[in-house]
Design a protein around this ligand. Sequence first.
Ligand SMILES: NC(=O)NCCC(=O)O
Ligand SMILES: [Zn+2]
Ligand SMILES: [Zn+2]
Length: 507
Amino acid sequence: DQFCEAGVGYGEPACGVSEGSSKILIKGGTVVNAHHQEVADVYVEDGKIVAVKPNIKVGDDVTVLDATGKYVMPGGIDPHTHLAMDFMGSQTIDDFFSGQAAALAGGTTMHIDFVIPVKGSLIAGIEAYEKKAMQSCMDYGFHMAITKWDDDVSREMEVMVNEKGINSFKFFMAYKGALMINDELLLQGFKKCKSLGALSMVHAENGDAVFEGQNSMIELGITGPEGHALSRPAVLEGEATARAIRLAGFVNTPLYVVHVMSIDAMEEIAKARQSGQRVIGEPVVSGLVLDDSKLWDPDFITAAKYVMSPPIRAAGHDKALQAALSTGILQLVGTDHCPFNSTQKSLGIDDFRKIPNGVNGIEERMHLVWDTMVESGKISVSDYVRITSTEGARIFNIYPRKGAILVGSDADIIILNPNSSFEISARSHHSRLDTNVFEGKRGKGKVEVTIAGGRIVWINGELKVAPGSGKYVKMPPFSYLFGGMDKADAAYLSSLRAPVKRQISTA
Ligand SMILES: NC(=O)NCCC(=O)O
Ligand SMILES: [Zn+2]
Ligand SMILES: [Zn+2]
Protein backbone atom coordinates (compact mmCIF):
# COMPACT_ATOMS: atom_id res chain seq x y z
CA ASP A 1 0.00 0.00 0.00
CA GLN A 2 1.27 3.45 -0.84
CA PHE A 3 -0.29 5.03 2.21
CA CYS A 4 0.13 4.53 5.91
CA GLU A 5 -3.55 4.92 6.41
CA ALA A 6 -6.10 4.35 9.14
CA GLY A 7 -4.73 3.25 12.47
CA VAL A 8 -1.32 4.81 12.01
CA GLY A 9 -1.12 7.77 14.29
CA TYR A 10 1.19 10.70 14.03
CA GLY A 11 4.28 10.41 16.13
CA GLU A 12 4.67 6.70 15.56
CA PRO A 13 7.55 5.68 13.33
CA ALA A 14 5.72 4.25 10.35
CA CYS A 15 6.22 4.00 6.62
CA GLY A 16 9.92 4.56 7.28
CA VAL A 17 9.35 8.12 8.49
CA SER A 18 11.60 8.85 11.41
CA GLU A 19 9.89 11.90 12.78
CA GLY A 20 8.51 11.49 16.27
CA SER A 21 7.76 14.92 17.57
CA SER A 22 5.98 18.04 16.57
CA LYS A 23 9.28 19.94 16.76
CA ILE A 24 11.18 20.20 13.50
CA LEU A 25 14.25 22.18 12.50
CA ILE A 26 14.95 22.65 8.79
CA LYS A 27 18.62 23.59 8.54
CA GLY A 28 20.61 25.53 6.00
CA GLY A 29 18.13 25.76 3.12
CA THR A 30 17.29 28.76 0.98
CA VAL A 31 14.01 29.98 2.43
CA VAL A 32 11.87 31.48 -0.32
CA ASN A 33 8.87 33.75 0.09
CA ALA A 34 7.06 35.61 -2.67
CA HIS A 35 9.01 38.80 -1.98
CA HIS A 36 12.28 37.63 -0.48
CA GLN A 37 14.71 34.77 -0.21
CA GLU A 38 17.54 34.09 2.25
CA VAL A 39 19.62 31.21 3.59
CA ALA A 40 18.14 30.48 7.02
CA ASP A 41 16.92 27.77 9.37
CA VAL A 42 13.21 27.26 9.99
CA TYR A 43 11.99 26.04 13.37
CA VAL A 44 8.53 24.51 13.69
CA GLU A 45 6.61 23.67 16.84
CA ASP A 46 3.00 22.57 17.33
CA GLY A 47 1.99 23.17 13.75
CA LYS A 48 3.34 26.71 13.49
CA ILE A 49 6.52 28.34 12.25
CA VAL A 50 8.21 29.68 15.37
CA ALA A 51 11.51 31.03 14.04
CA VAL A 52 13.16 31.83 10.70
CA LYS A 53 16.80 32.87 11.10
CA PRO A 54 20.34 31.56 10.67
CA ASN A 55 21.94 29.10 13.10
CA ILE A 56 19.01 28.07 15.28
CA LYS A 57 20.16 25.74 18.08
CA VAL A 58 17.80 23.05 19.38
CA GLY A 59 17.70 20.11 21.80
CA ASP A 60 17.66 16.36 21.18
CA ASP A 61 13.88 16.16 21.06
CA VAL A 62 13.77 17.98 17.73
CA THR A 63 13.74 16.30 14.30
CA VAL A 64 16.42 17.95 12.18
CA LEU A 65 16.20 18.03 8.39
CA ASP A 66 19.21 19.16 6.38
CA ALA A 67 18.13 21.40 3.49
CA THR A 68 21.57 22.59 2.37
CA GLY A 69 21.49 23.36 -1.36
CA LYS A 70 17.71 23.03 -1.44
CA TYR A 71 14.74 25.39 -1.43
CA VAL A 72 12.45 25.68 1.59
CA MET A 73 9.13 27.08 0.41
CA PRO A 74 5.49 27.40 1.45
CA GLY A 75 3.49 24.29 0.59
CA GLY A 76 1.43 24.64 -2.56
CA ILE A 77 -2.14 25.88 -2.45
CA ASP A 78 -4.28 24.41 -5.22
CA PRO A 79 -7.21 26.81 -5.70
CA HIS A 80 -9.24 24.51 -7.96
CA THR A 81 -10.10 20.85 -7.27
CA HIS A 82 -13.08 18.51 -7.46
CA LEU A 83 -12.70 15.65 -4.97
CA ALA A 84 -15.55 13.12 -4.67
CA MET A 85 -17.59 15.27 -7.02
CA ASP A 86 -20.76 13.87 -8.58
CA PHE A 87 -20.58 14.93 -12.20
CA MET A 88 -21.87 13.64 -15.54
CA GLY A 89 -23.24 10.44 -14.04
CA SER A 90 -20.03 9.54 -12.17
CA GLN A 91 -18.12 10.54 -9.08
CA THR A 92 -14.49 11.65 -9.33
CA ILE A 93 -12.28 8.76 -8.34
CA ASP A 94 -10.24 10.65 -5.73
CA ASP A 95 -12.00 11.37 -2.47
CA PHE A 96 -10.80 13.82 0.15
CA PHE A 97 -8.31 11.27 1.47
CA SER A 98 -6.74 9.88 -1.69
CA GLY A 99 -6.75 13.22 -3.50
CA GLN A 100 -5.13 15.01 -0.59
CA ALA A 101 -2.57 12.23 -0.06
CA ALA A 102 -1.60 12.60 -3.73
CA ALA A 103 -1.40 16.37 -3.26
CA LEU A 104 0.94 16.02 -0.26
CA ALA A 105 3.23 13.67 -2.20
CA GLY A 106 3.51 16.42 -4.80
CA GLY A 107 4.13 19.30 -2.38
CA THR A 108 0.64 20.78 -2.13
CA THR A 109 -0.54 21.30 1.44
CA MET A 110 -3.90 23.00 0.96
CA HIS A 111 -6.60 22.94 -1.69
CA ILE A 112 -9.90 24.70 -2.25
CA ASP A 113 -12.66 22.43 -3.53
CA PHE A 114 -15.95 23.37 -5.19
CA VAL A 115 -19.10 22.54 -3.26
CA ILE A 116 -21.93 21.70 -5.66
CA PRO A 117 -25.39 22.58 -4.29
CA VAL A 118 -27.96 19.80 -3.95
CA LYS A 119 -31.00 20.69 -6.09
CA GLY A 120 -29.85 24.30 -5.88
CA SER A 121 -29.59 24.29 -2.07
CA LEU A 122 -26.30 25.63 -0.75
CA ILE A 123 -27.00 24.35 2.77
CA ALA A 124 -27.64 20.80 1.57
CA GLY A 125 -24.54 21.11 -0.64
CA ILE A 126 -22.21 22.14 2.14
CA GLU A 127 -23.58 19.50 4.49
CA ALA A 128 -22.77 16.84 1.89
CA TYR A 129 -19.25 18.20 1.42
CA GLU A 130 -18.65 18.48 5.16
CA LYS A 131 -19.26 14.72 5.29
CA LYS A 132 -17.06 13.99 2.30
CA ALA A 133 -14.23 16.02 3.83
CA MET A 134 -14.24 14.22 7.17
CA GLN A 135 -11.47 11.92 5.92
CA SER A 136 -9.18 14.82 5.07
CA CYS A 137 -5.46 14.49 5.73
CA MET A 138 -4.56 18.06 4.80
CA ASP A 139 -6.04 21.51 5.17
CA TYR A 140 -8.75 22.54 2.74
CA GLY A 141 -11.29 25.25 2.04
CA PHE A 142 -14.44 25.49 -0.05
CA HIS A 143 -15.76 27.57 -2.92
CA MET A 144 -19.49 27.24 -3.61
CA ALA A 145 -21.15 26.86 -7.03
CA ILE A 146 -24.39 28.72 -7.72
CA THR A 147 -26.69 26.76 -10.03
CA LYS A 148 -30.03 28.54 -9.67
CA TRP A 149 -31.37 31.85 -8.37
CA ASP A 150 -34.12 32.69 -5.89
CA ASP A 151 -34.47 34.37 -2.50
CA ASP A 152 -33.42 31.19 -0.69
CA VAL A 153 -30.15 31.01 -2.63
CA SER A 154 -29.52 34.69 -1.99
CA ARG A 155 -30.06 34.19 1.76
CA GLU A 156 -27.99 31.02 1.81
CA MET A 157 -25.08 32.89 0.23
CA GLU A 158 -25.10 35.10 3.33
CA VAL A 159 -24.96 32.03 5.56
CA MET A 160 -22.06 30.62 3.54
CA VAL A 161 -20.05 33.80 3.94
CA ASN A 162 -20.98 34.81 7.47
CA GLU A 163 -21.09 31.38 9.10
CA LYS A 164 -19.42 28.82 6.89
CA GLY A 165 -16.19 30.55 5.92
CA ILE A 166 -16.79 30.59 2.17
CA ASN A 167 -15.68 33.73 0.34
CA SER A 168 -16.02 32.75 -3.32
CA PHE A 169 -18.86 31.59 -5.58
CA LYS A 170 -18.52 29.95 -8.99
CA PHE A 171 -20.92 30.48 -11.86
CA PHE A 172 -20.87 27.95 -14.70
CA MET A 173 -21.53 29.60 -18.07
CA ALA A 174 -21.39 26.13 -19.67
CA TYR A 175 -22.85 22.63 -19.10
CA LYS A 176 -26.27 23.48 -20.53
CA GLY A 177 -29.08 21.56 -18.88
CA ALA A 178 -26.92 20.80 -15.82
CA LEU A 179 -24.86 23.45 -14.01
CA MET A 180 -25.21 26.29 -16.53
CA ILE A 181 -26.71 29.63 -15.54
CA ASN A 182 -27.82 32.54 -17.74
CA ASP A 183 -26.75 36.19 -17.83
CA GLU A 184 -29.62 37.29 -15.62
CA LEU A 185 -28.45 34.93 -12.88
CA LEU A 186 -24.86 35.96 -13.46
CA LEU A 187 -25.78 39.58 -12.80
CA GLN A 188 -27.81 38.76 -9.68
CA GLY A 189 -24.99 36.56 -8.44
CA PHE A 190 -22.28 39.15 -9.10
CA LYS A 191 -24.32 41.81 -7.25
CA LYS A 192 -24.81 39.53 -4.27
CA CYS A 193 -21.13 38.56 -4.20
CA LYS A 194 -20.17 42.23 -4.25
CA SER A 195 -22.46 43.04 -1.32
CA LEU A 196 -20.95 40.17 0.69
CA GLY A 197 -17.30 40.86 -0.19
CA ALA A 198 -17.17 37.44 -1.85
CA LEU A 199 -15.26 36.74 -5.03
CA SER A 200 -17.22 35.93 -8.20
CA MET A 201 -15.66 33.09 -10.19
CA VAL A 202 -16.67 31.95 -13.66
CA HIS A 203 -16.29 28.89 -15.82
CA ALA A 204 -16.27 30.89 -19.03
CA GLU A 205 -17.59 29.10 -22.11
CA ASN A 206 -20.72 29.97 -24.08
CA GLY A 207 -22.84 26.95 -23.13
CA ASP A 208 -25.56 27.56 -25.72
CA ALA A 209 -22.99 27.68 -28.51
CA VAL A 210 -21.20 24.61 -27.12
CA PHE A 211 -24.55 22.77 -27.26
CA GLU A 212 -24.90 23.78 -30.92
CA GLY A 213 -21.33 22.73 -31.64
CA GLN A 214 -21.89 19.34 -30.05
CA ASN A 215 -25.01 18.71 -32.12
CA SER A 216 -23.16 19.71 -35.30
CA MET A 217 -20.37 17.24 -34.56
CA ILE A 218 -22.83 14.42 -33.95
CA GLU A 219 -24.66 15.30 -37.21
CA LEU A 220 -21.31 15.12 -38.99
CA GLY A 221 -20.79 11.65 -37.50
CA ILE A 222 -17.92 12.80 -35.26
CA THR A 223 -18.61 10.91 -32.03
CA GLY A 224 -15.08 10.35 -30.67
CA PRO A 225 -13.11 12.44 -28.12
CA GLU A 226 -11.83 14.78 -30.86
CA GLY A 227 -15.46 15.93 -31.18
CA HIS A 228 -15.09 17.42 -27.70
CA ALA A 229 -12.37 19.83 -28.84
CA LEU A 230 -14.04 20.56 -32.17
CA SER A 231 -17.41 21.37 -30.62
CA ARG A 232 -16.18 24.01 -28.16
CA PRO A 233 -13.47 26.10 -29.87
CA ALA A 234 -11.47 28.82 -28.14
CA VAL A 235 -13.68 31.56 -29.56
CA LEU A 236 -16.49 30.37 -27.25
CA GLU A 237 -14.18 30.63 -24.26
CA GLY A 238 -13.10 34.09 -25.37
CA GLU A 239 -16.70 35.23 -25.81
CA ALA A 240 -17.81 34.06 -22.38
CA THR A 241 -14.70 35.47 -20.72
CA ALA A 242 -15.35 38.85 -22.34
CA ARG A 243 -19.03 38.75 -21.34
CA ALA A 244 -18.28 37.85 -17.73
CA ILE A 245 -15.62 40.55 -17.54
CA ARG A 246 -17.99 43.19 -18.90
CA LEU A 247 -20.81 42.17 -16.56
CA ALA A 248 -18.44 42.18 -13.57
CA GLY A 249 -17.25 45.60 -14.71
CA PHE A 250 -20.85 46.80 -14.97
CA VAL A 251 -21.49 45.66 -11.38
CA ASN A 252 -18.00 46.83 -10.35
CA THR A 253 -16.99 43.66 -8.55
CA PRO A 254 -13.74 41.67 -8.82
CA LEU A 255 -13.81 38.61 -11.07
CA TYR A 256 -11.79 35.38 -11.02
CA VAL A 257 -11.74 33.40 -14.27
CA VAL A 258 -11.04 29.72 -13.53
CA HIS A 259 -9.18 27.37 -15.87
CA VAL A 260 -8.06 29.87 -18.52
CA MET A 261 -7.22 27.51 -21.39
CA SER A 262 -6.85 29.71 -24.47
CA ILE A 263 -5.15 32.77 -25.90
CA ASP A 264 -8.65 34.12 -26.61
CA ALA A 265 -9.61 34.14 -22.92
CA MET A 266 -6.19 35.27 -21.76
CA GLU A 267 -6.25 38.28 -24.09
CA GLU A 268 -9.62 39.39 -22.73
CA ILE A 269 -8.16 39.24 -19.22
CA ALA A 270 -5.08 41.17 -20.34
CA LYS A 271 -7.24 43.90 -21.88
CA ALA A 272 -9.42 44.19 -18.80
CA ARG A 273 -6.47 44.37 -16.43
CA GLN A 274 -4.80 46.97 -18.63
CA SER A 275 -7.92 49.09 -18.35
CA GLY A 276 -7.74 48.85 -14.57
CA GLN A 277 -10.43 46.21 -13.98
CA ARG A 278 -9.85 43.73 -11.17
CA VAL A 279 -9.76 40.43 -13.00
CA ILE A 280 -7.79 37.38 -11.89
CA GLY A 281 -6.88 34.65 -14.40
CA GLU A 282 -6.13 31.11 -13.29
CA PRO A 283 -4.48 28.79 -15.82
CA VAL A 284 -4.34 25.12 -14.85
CA VAL A 285 -1.35 22.86 -15.21
CA SER A 286 -2.92 20.77 -18.01
CA GLY A 287 -3.45 23.90 -20.09
CA LEU A 288 0.10 25.07 -19.44
CA VAL A 289 1.95 21.92 -20.45
CA LEU A 290 -0.28 19.87 -22.78
CA ASP A 291 -1.77 20.27 -26.23
CA ASP A 292 -4.83 18.70 -27.82
CA SER A 293 -3.07 16.29 -30.20
CA LYS A 294 -3.81 13.19 -28.08
CA LEU A 295 -7.56 13.79 -28.50
CA TRP A 296 -7.08 12.35 -32.00
CA ASP A 297 -5.37 9.20 -30.66
CA PRO A 298 -6.99 6.07 -32.18
CA ASP A 299 -7.15 4.43 -28.75
CA PHE A 300 -10.35 5.65 -27.05
CA ILE A 301 -9.07 5.65 -23.45
CA THR A 302 -5.84 7.40 -24.40
CA ALA A 303 -7.86 10.12 -26.09
CA ALA A 304 -10.69 10.29 -23.55
CA LYS A 305 -8.38 10.90 -20.61
CA TYR A 306 -7.60 14.35 -22.13
CA VAL A 307 -11.28 15.39 -22.20
CA MET A 308 -11.85 18.37 -19.94
CA SER A 309 -13.66 21.70 -20.29
CA PRO A 310 -12.71 24.15 -21.58
CA PRO A 311 -10.71 21.77 -23.78
CA ILE A 312 -6.95 21.46 -23.82
CA ARG A 313 -6.08 23.59 -26.85
CA ALA A 314 -3.86 23.23 -29.91
CA ALA A 315 -0.12 23.71 -29.43
CA GLY A 316 0.70 27.37 -29.03
CA HIS A 317 -1.96 28.19 -26.44
CA ASP A 318 0.17 26.43 -23.79
CA LYS A 319 3.23 28.59 -24.49
CA ALA A 320 1.13 31.76 -24.61
CA LEU A 321 -0.39 30.94 -21.21
CA GLN A 322 3.10 30.35 -19.80
CA ALA A 323 4.19 33.74 -21.10
CA ALA A 324 1.10 35.40 -19.62
CA LEU A 325 1.88 33.80 -16.27
CA SER A 326 5.45 35.04 -16.37
CA THR A 327 4.43 38.62 -17.17
CA GLY A 328 1.66 38.82 -14.58
CA ILE A 329 -1.32 38.81 -16.96
CA LEU A 330 -2.33 35.56 -15.22
CA GLN A 331 -1.74 35.35 -11.49
CA LEU A 332 -1.80 31.82 -10.08
CA VAL A 333 -1.92 28.18 -11.15
CA GLY A 334 -4.60 25.63 -10.28
CA THR A 335 -5.20 22.09 -11.44
CA ASP A 336 -8.95 21.53 -11.86
CA HIS A 337 -8.10 18.05 -10.51
CA CYS A 338 -11.23 16.15 -11.56
CA PRO A 339 -10.15 12.54 -12.13
CA PHE A 340 -12.28 9.91 -13.84
CA ASN A 341 -10.84 6.44 -14.47
CA SER A 342 -10.92 4.42 -17.70
CA THR A 343 -14.20 2.72 -16.85
CA GLN A 344 -15.84 6.07 -16.14
CA LYS A 345 -14.40 7.68 -19.29
CA SER A 346 -15.81 4.70 -21.25
CA LEU A 347 -19.32 5.99 -20.59
CA GLY A 348 -18.68 8.10 -23.68
CA ILE A 349 -17.31 5.36 -25.94
CA ASP A 350 -20.03 6.01 -28.54
CA ASP A 351 -20.63 9.69 -27.85
CA PHE A 352 -18.03 12.22 -26.67
CA ARG A 353 -20.77 14.24 -24.95
CA LYS A 354 -21.01 11.48 -22.33
CA ILE A 355 -17.29 11.30 -21.47
CA PRO A 356 -17.01 12.67 -17.92
CA ASN A 357 -15.02 15.89 -18.20
CA GLY A 358 -11.87 16.23 -16.16
CA VAL A 359 -8.16 15.49 -15.82
CA ASN A 360 -5.74 15.00 -12.91
CA GLY A 361 -3.07 17.41 -11.66
CA ILE A 362 -3.19 17.81 -7.88
CA GLU A 363 -0.01 15.73 -7.42
CA GLU A 364 1.80 16.96 -10.53
CA ARG A 365 1.26 20.74 -10.40
CA MET A 366 4.21 21.75 -8.22
CA HIS A 367 6.72 19.68 -10.20
CA LEU A 368 5.43 20.60 -13.65
CA VAL A 369 5.23 24.31 -12.85
CA TRP A 370 8.75 24.23 -11.43
CA ASP A 371 10.14 22.48 -14.49
CA THR A 372 8.16 24.48 -17.05
CA MET A 373 8.51 27.91 -15.49
CA VAL A 374 11.56 28.00 -13.20
CA GLU A 375 13.88 25.41 -14.70
CA SER A 376 13.32 26.96 -18.13
CA GLY A 377 14.22 30.41 -16.78
CA LYS A 378 10.80 31.98 -17.36
CA ILE A 379 10.29 33.02 -13.74
CA SER A 380 12.29 33.35 -10.51
CA VAL A 381 11.96 31.03 -7.54
CA SER A 382 10.14 33.80 -5.66
CA ASP A 383 7.63 34.07 -8.47
CA TYR A 384 7.18 30.30 -8.31
CA VAL A 385 6.17 30.67 -4.66
CA ARG A 386 3.81 33.50 -5.60
CA ILE A 387 1.96 31.63 -8.37
CA THR A 388 1.76 28.26 -6.60
CA SER A 389 0.96 29.44 -3.08
CA THR A 390 1.12 33.06 -1.93
CA GLU A 391 -1.22 34.62 -4.47
CA GLY A 392 -3.88 31.99 -3.74
CA ALA A 393 -3.57 32.74 -0.04
CA ARG A 394 -3.95 36.47 -0.68
CA ILE A 395 -6.89 36.16 -3.09
CA PHE A 396 -8.78 33.88 -0.72
CA ASN A 397 -7.81 36.01 2.27
CA ILE A 398 -5.83 33.54 4.35
CA TYR A 399 -2.41 35.18 4.00
CA PRO A 400 -0.04 35.08 5.92
CA ARG A 401 -1.47 32.12 7.82
CA LYS A 402 -0.96 30.25 4.54
CA GLY A 403 1.33 30.97 1.61
CA ALA A 404 4.38 32.14 3.60
CA ILE A 405 7.37 30.98 5.58
CA LEU A 406 7.00 33.58 8.31
CA VAL A 407 6.92 33.42 12.09
CA GLY A 408 3.32 32.60 13.05
CA SER A 409 2.37 31.04 9.71
CA ASP A 410 1.05 27.48 9.57
CA ALA A 411 3.90 25.01 9.21
CA ASP A 412 2.99 23.96 5.65
CA ILE A 413 6.41 23.67 4.08
CA ILE A 414 8.15 21.87 1.25
CA ILE A 415 11.81 21.14 0.65
CA LEU A 416 12.56 21.05 -3.07
CA ASN A 417 15.85 19.75 -4.41
CA PRO A 418 16.59 21.58 -7.70
CA ASN A 419 19.25 19.01 -8.63
CA SER A 420 16.98 16.02 -8.33
CA SER A 421 14.42 14.98 -10.94
CA PHE A 422 10.90 13.61 -11.28
CA GLU A 423 9.08 11.31 -13.65
CA ILE A 424 5.29 11.03 -13.79
CA SER A 425 3.48 7.73 -14.22
CA ALA A 426 0.16 6.19 -13.24
CA ARG A 427 2.25 3.28 -11.93
CA SER A 428 3.84 5.41 -9.21
CA HIS A 429 1.43 8.28 -8.57
CA HIS A 430 -0.74 8.37 -5.42
CA SER A 431 -4.09 9.24 -6.95
CA ARG A 432 -6.61 6.41 -7.35
CA LEU A 433 -6.69 7.19 -11.07
CA ASP A 434 -5.59 4.32 -13.34
CA THR A 435 -4.21 6.72 -15.96
CA ASN A 436 -2.27 9.98 -15.87
CA VAL A 437 -2.70 12.75 -18.38
CA PHE A 438 0.98 13.67 -17.80
CA GLU A 439 2.23 10.08 -18.25
CA GLY A 440 5.93 9.93 -19.06
CA LYS A 441 6.68 13.59 -18.36
CA ARG A 442 10.06 14.08 -16.71
CA GLY A 443 11.80 17.13 -15.40
CA LYS A 444 14.18 18.66 -12.92
CA GLY A 445 13.33 19.61 -9.34
CA LYS A 446 11.86 17.22 -6.81
CA VAL A 447 9.79 17.82 -3.69
CA GLU A 448 11.70 15.66 -1.23
CA VAL A 449 9.87 16.62 1.94
CA THR A 450 6.36 17.89 2.64
CA ILE A 451 5.42 19.20 6.07
CA ALA A 452 1.70 19.81 6.59
CA GLY A 453 0.34 21.31 9.79
CA GLY A 454 3.75 20.83 11.39
CA ARG A 455 4.01 17.10 10.58
CA ILE A 456 6.33 15.41 8.12
CA VAL A 457 3.92 13.68 5.78
CA TRP A 458 6.17 12.98 2.78
CA ILE A 459 9.83 12.00 3.02
CA ASN A 460 12.11 9.44 1.38
CA GLY A 461 9.40 8.74 -1.18
CA GLU A 462 6.91 7.66 1.46
CA LEU A 463 3.65 9.12 2.67
CA LYS A 464 2.53 9.17 6.25
CA VAL A 465 -0.98 10.50 6.40
CA ALA A 466 -3.96 9.91 8.64
CA PRO A 467 -7.61 10.40 7.67
CA GLY A 468 -9.22 13.12 9.75
CA SER A 469 -6.02 15.05 10.40
CA GLY A 470 -6.76 17.83 7.89
CA LYS A 471 -8.48 21.00 9.04
CA TYR A 472 -11.15 23.09 7.38
CA VAL A 473 -9.82 26.61 6.78
CA LYS A 474 -12.45 29.33 6.99
CA MET A 475 -11.83 32.15 4.54
CA PRO A 476 -13.09 35.61 5.50
CA PRO A 477 -14.71 37.98 2.97
CA PHE A 478 -13.32 41.28 1.63
CA SER A 479 -9.90 40.17 0.46
CA TYR A 480 -7.41 42.73 -0.86
CA LEU A 481 -9.24 42.58 -4.20
CA PHE A 482 -12.07 44.57 -2.63
CA GLY A 483 -9.86 47.30 -1.17
CA GLY A 484 -10.98 50.72 -2.43
CA MET A 485 -13.96 49.40 -4.39
CA ASP A 486 -16.27 51.57 -2.28
CA LYS A 487 -14.35 54.65 -3.45
CA ALA A 488 -14.78 53.57 -7.07
CA ASP A 489 -18.53 53.13 -6.45
CA ALA A 490 -18.74 56.59 -4.86
CA ALA A 491 -16.84 58.12 -7.77
CA TYR A 492 -19.20 56.43 -10.20
CA LEU A 493 -22.26 57.78 -8.36
CA SER A 494 -20.91 61.30 -8.24
CA SER A 495 -20.05 61.12 -11.93
CA LEU A 496 -23.69 60.58 -12.87
CA ARG A 497 -25.09 63.67 -14.47
CA ALA A 498 -28.05 65.08 -12.57
CA PRO A 499 -31.37 63.68 -13.82
CA VAL A 500 -33.43 66.09 -15.88
CA LYS A 501 -36.68 67.38 -14.35
CA ARG A 502 -39.12 67.22 -17.27
CA GLN A 503 -42.49 68.80 -17.78
CA ILE A 504 -45.14 67.85 -20.27
CA SER A 505 -45.31 70.62 -22.80
CA THR A 506 -48.81 71.53 -23.84
CA ALA A 507 -48.13 73.98 -26.67
N1 LIG B 1 -13.15 21.10 -16.02
C1 LIG B 1 -13.69 19.91 -16.14
O1 LIG B 1 -13.62 19.37 -17.23
N2 LIG B 1 -14.30 19.30 -15.11
C2 LIG B 1 -14.54 19.85 -13.84
C3 LIG B 1 -15.69 20.77 -13.78
C4 LIG B 1 -15.29 22.17 -14.16
O2 LIG B 1 -14.47 22.77 -13.48
O3 LIG B 1 -15.79 22.68 -15.15
ZN1 LIG C 1 -15.23 24.70 -14.79
ZN1 LIG D 1 -13.17 22.76 -12.19
